[in-house]
Design a protein around this ligand. Structure first.
Ligand code: PHE
Length: 439
């Protein structure tokens, strides 16, 4: 099969399908696993407020920029940035913007799948009644080969969906799973607020206490905002390339970022009442949902089923994100090689699986190297480059044209932000992160 020429790939069936797929990408383990433990580690309510500020000031403008780039050039992230730069009379080397984002998204996938595999295993343990036994959460997650098998299983599902293409795969899965996700999320949150320590959780999340704020709170909040909104990882450029010209990018982006933030806050309201009910330390770190929650579910009425449902919910969130992570690179390979979409999906999925496998064996490699390289370095760098690209390299008139539906106020905010706010802020945060890593 020949490479796919520019603009000749599939397009979303409707704006609604695009929104569901993009919200599906944004809402994921970032909301259900990463947001709660980041909030816990960084002191609760003040982190939540700073996080919301980062979404509005940094992630939203970068999201608008990415969807506009993709929609304008109608190609994968790398080709779109190259094409748009050339159109503006600038160097084709600006494709570096697409390269950094694509590499970041691909690396996120490698370890994302390992954690999602653990989520699947825990859902199985819950439904099998495991939470009631000591260390029962690990019922189906003991030993490296088993852990590898769950990682492989999750990657396999991701590959199979992406191989089916935009309409038959990604769109169908998102339109089926996202409504189910919201129903389950609301149901579980109501249950948790009724049976857990609701008052304490609400105070913890929403009564600002700035005593715990340090420079690191800002680094963590920005990293979390980028990760959660799925920016700087080639995904939103790629999803934007499947959009038609009549879609309002500004309002769609606001909707995507708001839905993602709402889910993070609701997830906080679902998880913290349970955490506080038995007095677990909210700063327990990465393992918060894996170690703390099963122990609590063990003592709750119908805890196994509720716990199983919680991890099933996290699985749904994860799969609609992982398909977007794989799609970013598959779209590029499909465009630039003779590989068909299924072959590209299998090859890249296998490659990502192998790198993730390294993380199963060595947490030093997975947690410290891959996670740092993607989360603390490539995503912020990608965001910085996207902002510089759309704020300084591409003429303002071209951006205005692509964002023709946006009000003057929204466009002015967007352009000011990508030009003057995002680059210095992220540059500073990147340096802080590098300094913390190497000093
Ligand atoms: N946004 C997704 C989540 O919250 C994961 C993701 C991260 C997707 C980075 C793309 C890029 O889980």
């Amino acid at each position: 099969m020949a490479a796919v020429p520019a603009g000749q790939h599939a397009h979303w069936s409707s704006r609604f399908a695009f929104i569901l797929a993009a919200v599906g990408s944004a809402v994921g383990l970032g909301n259900l696993w990463r947001f709660p433990f980041q909030t816990g580690e960084n002191g609760g309510s003040a982190f939540v407020l700073i996080y919301i500020g980062c979404v509005v000031l940094f992630a939203l403008p970068v999201l608008i920029a990415e969807i506009a780039i993709g929609r304008h050039a109608q190609q994968s992230a790398i080709s779109s940035t190259r094409k748009m730069a050339q159109e503006a009379g600038k160097s084709a080397n600006w494709a570096i913007v697409g390269w950094v984002c694509t590499a970041g998204g691909f690396l996120v996938l490698t370890t994302y799948s390992v954690i999602a595999g653990q989520v699947m295993a825990y859902a199985a343990s819950g439904f099998a009644g495991g939470f009631a036994q000591p260390d029962g959460a690990n019922l189906f997650y003991q030993g490296e080969f088993i852990q590898l098998a769950w990682h492989a299983g999750f990657m396999l599902i991701t590959i199979l969906i992406v191989a089916r293409g935009l309409k038959g795969g990604i769109e169908q899965v998102a339109t089926f799973l996202m409504p189910l996700f919201f129903v389950m999320l609301i149901g579980l949150t109501i249950y948790s607020l009724i049976s857990g320590a609701a008052g304490e959780a609400i105070t913890y999340l929403f009564t600002p206490d700035f005593t715990a704020v340090t420079g690191n709170t800002f680094v963590a909040a920005l990293g979390q905002a980028f990760f959660s909104v799925s920016v700087a990882s080639a995904i939103m450029i790629t999803y934007g390339s499947y959009l038609s010209k009549d879609t309002n990018i500004g309002s769609s982006s606001i909707l995507i970022a708001s839905a993602d933030t709402a889910v993070a806050l609701i997830a906080g309201l679902m998880i913290f009442p349970i955490v506080f009910m038995v007095g677990i330390d909210p700063g327990a770190g990465m393992g918060l949902i894996f170690t703390a929650l099963p122990a609590v579910f063990a003592d709750m009425p119908a805890g196994n089923i509720i716990g199983g449902a919680f991890f099933a919910l996290a699985f749904i969130a994860a799969i609609t994100s992982s398909i977007s992570l794989l799609e970013g690179t598959v779209a590029f390979v499909e465009e630039h090689s003779d590989f068909s979409r299924p072959t590209a999906a299998w090859l890249l999925g296998f490659f990502a699986f192998m790198i993730g496998a390294g993380a199963v064996w060595s947490s030093e490699f997975g947690g410290v190297f891959v996670d740092w390289l993607s989360g603390s370095f490539l995503l912020p760098l990608g965001g910085l480059l996207v902002a510089v690209f759309t704020g300084w390299v591409i003429p303002k008139a071209l951006m205005r044209d692509e964002l023709s539906h946006a009000s003057n106020g929204l466009f002015a905010f967007f352009h000011f932000s990508v030009k003057f706010i995002v680059p210095p802020a992220i540059g500073f945060i990147l340096l802080l992160g590098l300094d913390a890593k190497f000093n």
